[in-house]
Design a protein around this ligand. Sequence first.
Ligand SMILES: [Zn+2]
Length: 345
Amino acid sequence: MTVRVRGYALPHGEYVDLYADGDRWTTDPVRGAELASGWLLPGLVDAHTHPGAEKPGDPLDEQLLRSHLNQHVDAGVTAVRSPGLAGEPPDWFGTDPDLPRAWHAGPWLAQHGQFFDGWGRRADHAALPAIAAAQAARTGWAKIIADWSVGDDPVPVEVLTAVVDAVHAVGGRVAVHTQHALGGVAAVTAGVDSVEHGMCLDPGLLTRMAEQGTALTPTLSAFQSMLPTVHSRPDSPVKEWLLGGASVHGDLVAAASEAGVRVLAGTDSVPHGRVLDEVRALAGAGMRPHDAIGAASWEARAYLGLGGLELGAPADAVVYREDPRLDLDQLAHPVAVILRGRRVR
Ligand SMILES: [Zn+2]
């Protein structure tokens, strides 16, 4: 049945009345269309999630992948970006009409001796640009692990710069994992497209990120939920690093938003479908509720090339009874989730 959405559309709050013509919004009325009305978001996005595996090192499991993606849809997520997957996803990933649109970077690309055992691909510095470009040519993205644990050398800035050049040359984009100050410097200097986590990033780099369009996916709620476990560990350099970085990560997020950096909501955690937790964390850190929701919706959609609630844009929407900016808890209770022009929840 054709879907019709009517109400106040965020981010601007203008009144819209749209019909889904297949996977496109139109204003041409369709008789008998199923109406969902209220406050409308153009679909939520989880910009950092690794569906299909339960714990690091596990192979990609297609049944689990489907179930994780269903949990995302339950939360109103109509698009995901997976900066790293445990294996080659099946053809239906990103195209199944009942599951979110999807972008992915294939396996994580890391230096020898870094990252989770059993996950990702290791490469010499000299080979990294070509491998990343080949991946991005296939799926649009490459994901580089720029740094890993305490005392590890980050990927040198010349290597990251060569990666960015090679990936951009094939029309792709580079997402970079960094959780140390030096890795952050290398990523921002190299001009990567997104900094993932960004823990311990020098706030002095935020202006440059905003200027060159480097997005930040802080995965803040994942850090916050890890803190109690880290606190209970015996003292060690790793504990000191995690506590030091995580305790100021919220401040970094607020400063990034203030500086005009595009902040993206990413959960990076199990169970899946908890993008609302990240929105709450972003708002709790000091982002305006409007911007915290935008990080999980219109900002992320624009970043991925998806339009909003406008003529001709892909027909995704999440409908709420009240303005979610005034009450973030609204996000936990969507009235309707519309994906590719069909009501799926
Ligand atoms: Zn991740």
